[in-house]
Design a binder for this molecule. Structure first.
Ligand code: NAP
Length: 267
């Protein structure tokens, strides 16, 4: 099997990367940065996002796993002290593949230019540095509301524990093929009225955001943000593509949620 390793870049992660690379090579696995079948991220969930975007062109051929050099994470769920066990598992046992849904974001310009299409593992955020964002929100082809406020976050189920959670969104189990819209400080008065609650959309319900006031938008896709002007629409839906995780041990989602946010029995 061909593998690649993406490190956070700090000394600890780089040392761990070197160890994993050496051991796996000794087990006759081939290090291949270009066409890996397994991508190991070493760092945190942020590093995992980086690894995902680096290999986004190979999602159907590549499985991912994450080693956390800090605390346990949602994507990076192996610890440095488990490395020897992990290496033996990778070398000797076929992994179980678990798939999680992704978010597809399509940004269309007003004047007939090229559209941009992105996949997000956590979320997209739409904000502006020029006052409030104002857009019509259509769901499944019907006008739903006119939003005015700081912005919107549209997240995947696995991203529901990230930015979405800080906005008061619900935590969604990643076995559900859905996306979630959460508001950032909506203005509610006689003119503008929004639902105020997070909305969870199934795979066949597409959401369209159509700017009413022409602002430049700061559009975040996971850990990177781009400025767009003259935006005609932003389309969000559950992507056809998925991310594939290589699982060598059970680590149920709700246990990860509990350990991260409620109680860690090891502390
Ligand atoms: P960062 O600002 O350096 O770190 C964001 C934090 O979010 C890190 O602690 C990271 O964990 C954690 N995280 C990432 N994905 C997660 C997930 N699916 N569930 C729970 N926690 C998660 O930014 P970054 O490391 O480049 O990550 C970008 C992400 O930051 C964005 O996708 C967004 O979700 C999140 N973010 C959150 C807020 C907020 O909560 N108010 C604001 C902006 C951005 P590690 O420490 O393991 O890397």
């Amino acid at each position: 099997m061909k593998f690649a390793i993406v490190s956070k870049g700090d000394e600890r992660s780089n040392n761990l990367k070197a160890t994993i690379k050496q051991y796996l090579t000794e087990f006759d696995l081939e290090y291949d940065k270009e066409e890996p079948e397994l991508v190991i991220s070493v760092g945190g969930d942020g590093t995992f996002l980086e690894a995902f975007h680096r290999y986004i062109g190979r999602l159907s051929e590549t499985a991912f796993l994450g080693v956390h050099t800090g605390h346990l994470g949602f994507y990076a769920d192996w610890l440095p002290e488990e490395i020897e066990k992990l290496i033996i598992e990778i070398a000797k046992t076929p992994s179980q593949i678990v798939e999680y849904p992704l978010l597809e974001v399509t940004i269309r310009p007003k004047s007939g230019g090229e559209e941009d299409r992105f996949l997000a593992l956590n979320e997209t955020t739409i904000k502006t540095a020029e006052g409030s964002v104002v857009f019509d929100v259509d769901i499944k082809g019907e006008h739903f509301e006119t939003f005015r406020g700081d912005g919107l976050c549209i997240s995947t189920p696995s991203g529901s524990t990230a930015y979405n959670k800080a906005l008061g969104g619900g935590i969604i189990h990643p076995s559900l093929n859905a996306i979630q819209l959460t508001e950032m400080a909506s203005i509610n008065n006689r003119v503008f009225r929004t639902i105020g609650s997070p909305l969870i959309l199934p795979k066949h319900h597409t959401c369209f955001l159509k700017p009413i006031v022409n602002r430049s938008f700061l559009i975040g896709i996971d850990h990177f943000t781009t400025t767009y002007t003259n935006v005609k629409s932003i389309q969000c839906r559950v992507a056809d593509e998925t991310i594939r995780f290589a699982r060598y041990k059970p680590f149920p989602f709700w246990k990860r949620v509990r350990d991260s946010f409620v109680a860690d029995d090891d502390i």
